[in-house]
Design a protein around this ligand. Structure first.
Ligand SMILES: Cc1cc2nc3c(=O)[nH]c(=O)nc-3n(C[C@H](O)[C@H](O)[C@H](O)COP(=O)(O)O)c2cc1C
Length: 391
């Protein structure tokens, strides 16, 4: 048997590679379908400067790639940013904190892309007051109103916007991250009242690697939280093209497993199954190969959360320029009851403080691993530009 022509299945069987192409309905390439990643080509011939800026902003990092942004362009010379109340993660992000970080990242890219066109952005965050503490109380008030005026200095980070990707693979453990690189990364990282910290020191790494792995196990072994990821998983070209969001998987093996009905969308991976072992090994590998960590902290008001997102995308763009991978490991920062011990430990390890109790207390908003990847991280899908725009 020619091993290259067979793909091993989770249960130990094998499928002939030639048989998979028709099953999966496409080629054996793992690349995402072209149209699903067209956002990464930029705005092309689009003439409206606001739509051009939005075309860059939709590449922003955001939790589970939910892309919850809505922009209203009906007022001339203004962009008003809202959140889509349907695109939430009630179990892993019960207060919408991470979602608002994703909005902050979008807002910062919008401002950078406007400046590139010579337009200054006068940003009013929460012009009608902040959203409530609980997702169920969220109404349709705007997150930000951005008024445009001529005259803005270009931002050098614009050059990295379409190169920025989140590396979700093991890092190369033969390539340490130097203290100088960490310093260069952190030098410009404190923005909008957010403070940045980090470590590449061997003694600092171990407890944080352990935190990643211990907290990942809580998310993965809690049925309602792991199901949030399972339900948002898009397998194969047609599902990826249909949604263009969520967690996209296009590897031939998973497509084959899915095509023969072995990818269970209704239940968490059963303990001991191949799917379970693969999932655990992935998170353990990510934790073990972290070659450094960075974090962003500030208060925990809705404004602080948006500001953390603005600071985060700047940090990731800076890292992109340095050729360094920055990968959020958000499990320990998730605010569901089973995670509470790890949430407290995260604050102890990074801020030397107890877990925050009020919005005024210091809160770790982002926690990320650092390192170098063997291959560049792929561009992830985005929905079409017009799906975000009310005009
Ligand atoms: C607030 C926030 C939390 C995130 N948490 C995680 C995480 O825990 N694990 C992970 O793999 N990616 C995490 N990400 C990265 C997103 O999954 C990623 O940005 C998204 O899938 C889009 O991919 P891209 O950044 O490569 O464009 C997070 C991003 C944000 C903004």
């Amino acid at each position: 048997m020619d091993r290259r022509k067979f793909i091993r299945l989770a249960g130990g069987g094998a499928i002939a590679a030639a048989a998979i192409a028709p099953i999966a309905g496409c080629s054996l390439s793992s690349a995402y379908p072209r149209e699903a990643v067209e956002a990464w080509d930029g705005p092309g011939a689009e003439a409206d400067p606001r739509k051009r800026a939005v075309a860059y902003a939709i590449t922003a990092p955001n939790p589970h790639n939910l892309q919850p942004w809505v922009v209203d362009l009906r007022e001339p010379q203004v962009i008003t940013l809202y959140t889509d109340p349907e695109r939430v993660l009630p179990h892993t992000d019960p207060f919408g904190r991470q979602l608002l970080i994703g909005h902050g990242a979008f807002l910062e890219l919008l401002v950078i892309a406007l400046a590139e066109q010579g337009l200054a952005a006068d940003v009013a965050v929460w012009p009608q007051g902040e959203l409530g503490a609980k997702l169920k109380d969220w109404d349709r008030r705007p997150i930000a109103r951005i008024a445009l005026q001529p005259g803005a200095a270009r931002d050098p980070l614009f050059a990295q916007v379409l190169n920025r990707h989140t590396p979700k693979t093991d890092f190369d453990i033969t390539r340490p991250v130097s203290a100088d690189t960490l310093r260069a990364l952190l030098a410009g990282a404190g923005h909008h009242g957010i403070q940045a910290g980090g470590t590449v020191d061997k003694t600092g790494l171990e407890p944080l690697r352990d935190l990643c792995w211990q907290s990942a196990q809580v998310e993965l072994l809690t049925p309602r939280t792991v199901m949030e990821s399972v339900r948002l998983t898009r397998v194969g070209p047609s599902e990826i093209l249909k949604h263009r969001d969520g967690i996209s998987i296009n590897t031939p093996m998973i497509r084959a497993v899915d095509a023969v009905g072995l990818f269970d969308r209704k239940n968490p991976p059963a303990e001991g199954s191949e799917a379970y072992k693969t999932m655990m090994a992935r998170f353990q590998g990510h934790s073990r190969t972290a070659m450094g960590f960075v974090w962003l902290a500030g208060g925990n008001s809705r404004r602080d959360q948006v500001n953390a997102g603005r600071a985060y995308v700047r940090l990731q763009l800076t890292a992109t320029g340095l050729g360094l991978g920055v990968h959020p490991m958000s499990q320990a920062l998730q605010e569901f009851p089973e995670m509470a011990p790890h949430y407290a430990r995260a604050h102890q390890l990074m801020l030397n403080k107890p877990a925050p109790k009020t919005a005024a207390d210091d809160t770790v908003q982002m926690f990320c691993r650092l390192g170098y990847t063997a291959a560049p991280a792929p561009a992830t899908p985005r929905r079409p530009l017009l799906a975000f725009v009310r005009a």
